[in-house]
Unconditional design. Structure first.
Length: 334
């Protein structure tokens, strides 16, 4: 099979590997579409350590083309996406339904080779059939929407409350739409004017670059801040924007040390909450929102590249030249 390997920072190579075969409880998926996200770009830029060569990608869709022994309920030809963080299934967190923070988890494109390949193997329990009529390309968006779904849920009841989303990349724009759907009054902060315009188009009540963020605030402050940018300087910004008793949800993952004035957290009784990937419930909600056209999904895709041009796709994404960049592994018609 063809695959794209990261062989050094900023270097992707089209190579061939043996076709994988599923073991007991696993299925093989013929990959169709793969989205590029911030985690992929951290590896691509060399900001996250890995062992080369390594296959990136965890936002994917495709069709099941081989089924291992013991698998029930999934058939060859089924159109699917994957929950790409595989819990161990035996620890207390997995038993509590919190396999997203399983300490023994394996992650496609993070700890094990990912989806930029013609075939991948996944545990059947983590394979998610697409809703009837959903295209394969659209199905690859369920994973990032689920990230945003969990982040907004972690913010609590935001109906009628003032919410800030920091970062208007795909996760931030999905979070904006979900927060709006949940009744929040949403402001978006991002340094890129084109992305702020997109946020405004999607219903943000206010859009501001970080340099003008004071204009977004008033004496009352914001009830909740959802941080999706994943850069060090946005964490203290998030805290500054909160009213006393407010909550910040940290979704982005800064790879550098983050300054944090804990005295303000104490004095104002602020809540700092982490949000990491998603659970089955978040994944189901994300799938339903896309199926029901409750949020704009495919409209955020700005670039599409075939597998041979994956390097071009990563260059565009790394330069913030678009919103969602998709790598088409196959030319199959949806």
């Amino acid at each position: 099979m063809r695959t794209v390997e990261l062989t050094a920072p900023h270097r992707l190579e089209l190579t061939e590997r043996d076709d994988p075969r599923p073991g007991p409880g696993e299925v093989r998926i013929a990959v169709h579409s793969v989205g590029i996200c911030g985690t992929d770009l951290d590896f691509y830029r060399g900001r996250r350590p890995t062992v080369y060569p390594f296959v990136l990608g965890h936002e994917c869709s495709g069709r099941i083309d081989m089924v291992g022994s013991g698998v029930t309920g999934l058939r060859i030809g089924t159109r699917v996406t994957v929950r790409p963080n595989f819990g161990c299934g035996t620890c207390e967190l997995c038993k509590e339904g919190r396999d997203n923070i399983c300490p023994n988890s394996r992650g496609l494109g993070v700890t094990i080779d990912g989806c930029l390949a013609e075939y991948i193997i996944a545990p059947a329990d983590y394979v998610w059939p697409l809703p009837e009529g959903m295209s394969l390309e659209t199905g690859s968006l369920i994973e990032p929407v689920a990230v945003a779904e969990r982040a907004v849920r972690r913010a609590g009841d935001i109906a009628g409350r003032r919410v800030v989303v920091i970062g208007s990349g795909p996760i931030g724009l999905f979070a904006l739409q979900i927060a709006k759907a949940n009744g929040g009054e949403v402001t978006v902060i991002d340094p890129v004017p084109e992305r702020l315009e997109r946020a405004k188009d999607l219903g943000a009540e206010g859009v501001y670059p970080p340099s003008a963020v004071s204009a977004a605030d008033d004496a009352r402050g914001f009830d909740a801040v959802i941080e999706t940018a994943g850069v060090a300087e946005t964490v203290p910004l998030a805290i500054d924007l909160l009213r006393p008793g407010g909550r910040v949800v940290l979704t982005g993952i800064p790879m550098e040390a983050t300054p944090l004035a804990t005295r303000f957290v104490v004095w104002r009784e602020l809540e700092l909450v982490g949000s990491f990937t998603y659970t089955n419930e978040d994944f189901e909600r994300a799938s339903d929102r896309i199926r029901d056209n409750d949020i704009e999904g495919v409209g955020l895709i700005t670039h599409r590249f075939d597998l041979k041009r994956a390097s071009d796709g990563f260059a565009v994404a790394a330069d913030r030249g678009g919103l969602k960049v998709i790598i088409k592994v196959r030319e199959e018609v949806d």
